[in-house]
Design a protein around this ligand. Structure first.
Ligand SMILES: Cc1cc2nc3c(=O)[nH]c(=O)nc-3n(C[C@H](O)[C@H](O)[C@H](O)COP(=O)(O)OP(=O)(O)OC[C@H]3O[C@@H](n4cnc5c(N)ncnc54)[C@H](O)[C@@H]3O)c2cc1C
Length: 387
C-alpha cells in the first residue's frame, strides 16, 4: 500500500486484520456467505475476542478507548473481503457502540457498552420506511406511552441485519406530526418481541446480514429502552443528526474504500497472469492506463477517508469534510470497481471471480448513509451557498 501517513499502531492493526482475513475468511467461505445471505456469527465473535468491537468504547465501559481511525481501518480491511462480516462489525461497533456512547443515558451506557465490547452486541437501524427515505423526519411508525410501557405500531424497510440484531434502533413518531423535527424518539426494540414480524428483501448486493421489512403490531417496549432516557422523549432529532451522523458517513466511505482496494488488487494481479497475443495484458497501454488511474483514485480515496477520520478523532466540527468524503469516496469507488471489472474482461462478470460480487456491493455505497445528492445538499447548505 502507498504511504499516506498511517500511524504505527494503525499499521500494526491493519497487518493483524489482514492475517485474520486470510485465516478466517477464505474466498470459498466468503462466496458461500454471499450466495446464501449468511452472517457468520463465529467470525464476528472472533473479532470480539480480539477486542475489536471495543475500539469505539471508553475503557470505563470495557473498551479500549474511542479510536475512529483504527475503527475505519478494521472496516476497510474486513469489507475488502466480505460485507457479511464487515457490515455486521459496523452494526456492532458503530451502530451500537458509538450511538449509545454518544446519546445513551448513563444507565444504558453501563448496561450496553460492555456488551458491545465483550459480547459483540448488534443493532440494526430502523429508520427507512416504505414511504420514507431521505426525509427521515416524516417517519410514520408511532410510539405511544402507556405508563412505563411504549406501544409501537408501524413498519420499517431496508432494516439491514435485523434478524441477527439484539435491538432495532428504531426512529418513531412519538407526538404530533405538526412540528416536523420534534416529537421524534429513538427506541430499542428486540426483534424477538411479540408483535414484531420480519420479512427478508432480495437485494443485488450487501447480502450477508440480509435486509428486512419489519412490522410492529402493538409491540410493548419498556420505557427503559427509550434511547437517552426519559428526558429524550420527543427529542431524537438532535441525537440523529449529531456527530454520530458524521461518523456514519466515514464508515460508509471505509466500506467503499475496502471494496475498491480489493478490486484494484484483483485487477492488478489478473493483468499479470492473463496472457493474450503472447503477452501478459498488463503490457498493453490501455490496461496500464486503467491501472494507473485506479491506483491514483484509490490513493486519493484513502487520504480523504483517513483525514476525515482523524478530524473525528480530534472531535473537530467536520460536517462538510465528512459529506465531501462520503460523496467523493463512494462515487469514486464505484468508478474504480467498474474500471477494474473491465481489466478482467468476461471474468469480471462470472460468479467464481470476486469481481462480480465487488461490483454488486459497491453499487449501494453512494445510496447508503445519505445519498450523493443529499451530501451535495449538505455541502452547499453548510458552506452557506444562498438558496
Ligand atoms: C441494501 C440496502 C441496505 C439498507 N440498509 C438500511 C438500514 O439498515 N436501515 C435503514 O434505515 N435504511 C437502510 N437502507 C435505506 C437507505 O438508507 C435509503 O435507501 C436511503 O436513505 C435513501 O432513501 P430512498 O432509497 O428511499 O430514496 P429517496 O429518499 O426516495 O430518494 C430517491 C432519489 O431522490 C434523491 N433525493 C431525495 N431527496 C432529495 C433532495 N432533498 N435533494 C436532492 N435529491 C433528493 C435521492 O438522492 C435518490 O436519488 C438500505 C438500503 C439498501 C439498498
Amino acid at each position: 500500500m502507498l504511504s499516506y501517513g498511517e500511524a504505527e499502531h494503525t499499521r500494526m492493526l491493519r497487518d493483524t486484520i489482514a492475517r485474520f482475513v486470510e485465516k478466517e475468511m477464505p474466498n470459498e467461505r466468503v462466496q458461500a456467505w454471499d450466495r446464501d445471505c449468511h452472517f457468520p456469527k463465529d467470525v464476528h465473535m472472533k473479532l470480539v475476542e480480539l477486542g475489536l468491537t471495543g475500539l469505539t468504547i471508553d475503557e470505563k465501559y470495557g473498551g479500549t478507548g474511542r479510536d475512529i481511525q483504527s475503527t475505519i481501518t478494521v472496516i476497510e480491511e474486513l469489507c475488502g473481503r466480505s460485507l457479511s462480516v464487515g457490515g455486521m462489525y459496523i452494526q456492532s461497533t458503530c451502530y451500537a457502540g458509538l450511538n449509545i456512547a454518544e446519546v445513551g443515558s448513563e444507565k444504558q451506557k453501563e448496561e450496553l457498552l460492555p456488551k458491545v465490547a465483550n459480547e459483540g452486541l448488534i443493532f440494526a437501524y430502523g429508520f427507512s420506511e416504505p414511504d420514507v427515505g431521505a426525509d427521515l423526519a416524516s417517519v410514520r411508525t408511532t410510539a405511544k406511552r402507556d405508563g412505563n410501557t411504549l406501544i409501537v405500531n408501524g413498519s420499517k424497510r431496508f432494516c439491514s441485519g435485523a434478524a441477527h440484531s439484539d435491538y432495532i434502533y428504531t426512529l418513531v413518531r412519538s407526538g404530533s406530526e405538526e412540528e416536523r423535527y420534534r416529537n421524534l424518539s429513538l427506541v430499542l426494540i428486540s426483534p424477538d418481541s411479540p408483535g414484531v414480524t420480519l420479512s427478508q428483501q432480495q437485494t443485488l448486493g450487501l447480502k450477508g446480514g440480509g435486509t428486512y421489512d419489519v412490522s410492529f403490531d402493538d409491540v410493548e417496549v419498556p420505557i427503559e429502552n427509550l434511547v437517552g432516557g426519559e428526558e429524550a422523549w420527543n427529542n431524537a432529532w438532535p441525537m440523529l443528526v449529531g456527530p454520530g451522523l458524521d461518523i456514519e458517513k466515514v464508515e460508509v466511505a471505509g466500506m467503499a474504500l475496502g471494496i475498491a482496494a480489493a478490486a484494484v488488487k484483483e485487477a492488478w494481479e489478473y493483468s499479470q497472469e492473463r496472457v493474450q497475443f503472447g503477452k501478459p495484458i498488463c503490457t498493453f497501454q490501455s490496461i496500464r492506463h486503467i491501472l494507473a488511474d485506479v491506483q491514483t483514485q484509490l490513493h486519493a480515496c484513502r487520504i480523504m477517508t483517513y483525514h476525515a477520520a482523524s478530524l473525528l478523532d480530534q472531535n473537530a466540527d467536520a460536517t462538510v469534510e465528512t459529506s465531501m468524503t462520503k460523496l467523493f469516496v463512494t462515487e469514486t469507488a464505484k468508478d474504480i470497481v467498474l474500471k477494474c471489472q473491465e481489466v478482467l474482461g468476461a471474468y469480471g462478470y462470472v460468479t467464481d471471480f470476486n469481481m462480480e460480487r465487488l461490483v454488486r456491493d459497491v453499487l449501494v455505497m453512494p445510496i447508503l448513509g445519505g445519498s450523493s445528492a443529499i451530501q451535495k445538499n449538505n455541502i452547499c447548505n453548510r458552506m452557506k451557498l444562498p438558496r
